[in-house]
Design a protein around this ligand. Structure first.
Ligand SMILES: Nc1ccn([C@H]2C[C@H](O)[C@@H](COP(=O)(O)OP(=O)(O)OP(=O)(O)O)O2)c(=O)n1
Length: 153
């Protein structure tokens, strides 16, 4: 290849790196909370379902013109990356007690964020692949129960 020339892009590769959600500056705590409260509105968080989350993700991508980046392969890789970030939280800690009794609140919050990133990319991946994940997971639980029968009655 001539000096200074860039390698040709694979026809399926994006020529623009996927955008990041982050802003260039970090938000102060008050500012971040204000943004979060605005985004959540009056919604009761515990009532949210998988379909609603998928719809929110669809809207999130649309509003930023990010749909072109949300290909199955990109989403899978993004999800695996987030699984790595999730693993880092547990790395070198040894066994961790259920309920994480000795963890700082900030560490639990961080864990919640990384778990959410994995879930959100998983939901988006399922959606973009045309898989109804709620239906698929429900069927899979039934299949698991047949394969591994209950020991209780
Ligand atoms: N192209 C993109 C980029 C981000 N996201 C959404 C899905 C994830 O929930 C979250 C991931 O954002 P970041 O890539 O900024 O990752 P983190 O939030 O983990 O930040 P960091 O890697 O700094 O810990 O944003 C998305 O849907 N599509």
């Amino acid at each position: 290849m001539p000096q200074g020339a860039s390698p040709p892009l694979h026809p399926l590769a994006c020529s623009v790196p996927p955008p990041r959600l982050k802003e260039n500056r970090s938000l102060g705590m008050g500012e971040a909370k204000e943004k979060m409260d605005l985004a959540m509105g009056e919604e009761k968080v515990e009532d949210v379902g998988l379909k609603e989350l998928s719809k929110k993700l669809q809207e999130f991508a649309e509003e930023r013109d990010w749909e072109k980046y949300h290909s199955p392969r990109n989403l899978l890789l993004a999800m695996v990356g987030e699984v790595g970030e999730l693993s880092e939280i547990f790395m070198w800690k040894g066994e961790v007690a259920k309920g994480l009794p000795n963890w700082e609140e900030s560490d639990k919050e961080h864990l919640g964020e990384e778990l959410s990133d994995v879930l959100l990319y998983l939901l988006r991946l399922a959606d973009i692949c045309g898989i109804d994940i709620a239906e698929a997971a429900t069927k899979k639980i039934v299949k698991n129960a047949i394969k591994y029968p209950s020991k209780k009655v």
